[in-house]
Design a protein around this ligand. Structure first.
Ligand SMILES: NC(=O)c1ccc[n+]([C@@H]2O[C@H](COP(=O)([O-])OP(=O)(O)OC[C@H]3O[C@@H](n4cnc5c(N)ncnc54)[C@H](O)[C@@H]3O)[C@@H](O)[C@H]2O)c1
Length: 265
């Protein structure tokens, strides 16, 4: 009987920096989880293409984090504007010659009003940024990853993409849409060595969080059994797992990082 190859695995090596030499595009990089990811991924050895509308912030971030080993470049990007999405990917290819991964973090939140009281254009706006923005981002990222022979895409969803949340129905709809895009793209790309996953944060202290009314913040925070608010860097760590080879057998998944919120109370 021949033994299974896993009975004699190769020696385990620990990779010091888990994104060494990888080129990663981050949308919504000027604040919150996107900015935290720029910082953490650069420390893990990646070259970063940081995209957002507030380029003054990105320029400062690029100047702060670019070293002899890692370059961080800033690109103007509005995920609702297809031409700027295409230009951001083109900038990655022009500067680094390849793209290995993407964190699609750009998003906007809602205001806590019940569905029947919501202005219809609020639904349109949230869907345009959160759902169509992820569609457009992947549409241009995927050809670059195919050209590189593989890669990983992480779409920032939400615990609101796993459960319903009263008061933010259109936001929840947009995040379930993100997960649908994730799962379908994962199937399309599985045989091309490209993994696509959703990251589902819960309450996380960022500019988006700070914009929510205080009573709504308290309501949301009380839903997580771990009973605390995450830091943006906690999400950068989870995204790092999904972008690195540590998750090489994970695709089409919605990975919660929400203190147990979706499990129940
Ligand atoms: N903070 C939370 O509690 C929480 C919880 C669950 C999910 N999320 C999701 O996490 C992601 C990041 O949110 P955050 O909390 O870091 O928010 P944030 O507001 O701090 O950062 C979001 C970033 O996206 C950018 N952005 C918004 N619209 C854009 C557009 N059209 N084009 C390009 N960039 C745009 C913003 O300028 C900002 O840089 C979002 O997708 C959000 O829905 C956040």
């Amino acid at each position: 009987m021949t033994s299974h190859p896993n009975h004699h695995p190769a020696p385990i090596t620990i990779q010091a920096r888990r994104l060494e030499g990888k080129v990663i595009l981050i949308t919504g990089a000027s604040a919150g989880m996107g900015e935290a990811a720029v910082r953490r991924f650069a420390a893990e050895g990646a070259h970063i293409v940081a995209g957002a509308r507030r380029t003054d912030r990105l320029d400062a971030l690029a100047a702060e984090l670019t070293t002899v080993d890692n370059q961080v470049i800033a690109v103007p990007l509005d995920v609702t504007d297809e031409a700027t999405v295409a230009a951001a990917v083109a900038a990655a290819l022009e500067r680094f010659g390849r793209l290995d991964g993407a964190l699609n973090s750009a998003g906007i939140t809602s205001d806590g009003t019940p569905l029947h009281q919501k202005p219809t254009d609020m639904y349109d706006q949230v869907m345009a940024v959160n759902a169509k923005g992820v569609f457009l981002s992947m549409k241009y990222e995927i050809p670059a990853l195919l050209a590189a022979g593989g890669g990983s895409i992480v779409n920032v969803s939400s615990v609101g993409g796993m459960v319903g949340v009263a008061g933010i129905s259109e936001y929840v709809a947009s995040k379930w849409a993100v997960n649908g895009l994730t799962k379908s793209a994962a199937l399309e790309l599985a045989s091309s060595n490209i993994r696509v996953n959703s990251l589902a944060p819960g309450s996380t202290r960022t500019e988006m969080w700070d914009m929510l009314p205080l009573d709504f913040q308290q309501h949301l925070a009380s839903m997580a059994p771990m009973n605390q608010i995450a830091l943006a860097d906690d999400m950068a760590r989870a995204a790092l797992f999904l972008l690195s080879d540590e998750s090489r057998w994970t695709t089409g998944a919605v990975i919660p990082a929400e203190g147990g919120h979706h499990v129940g109370r």
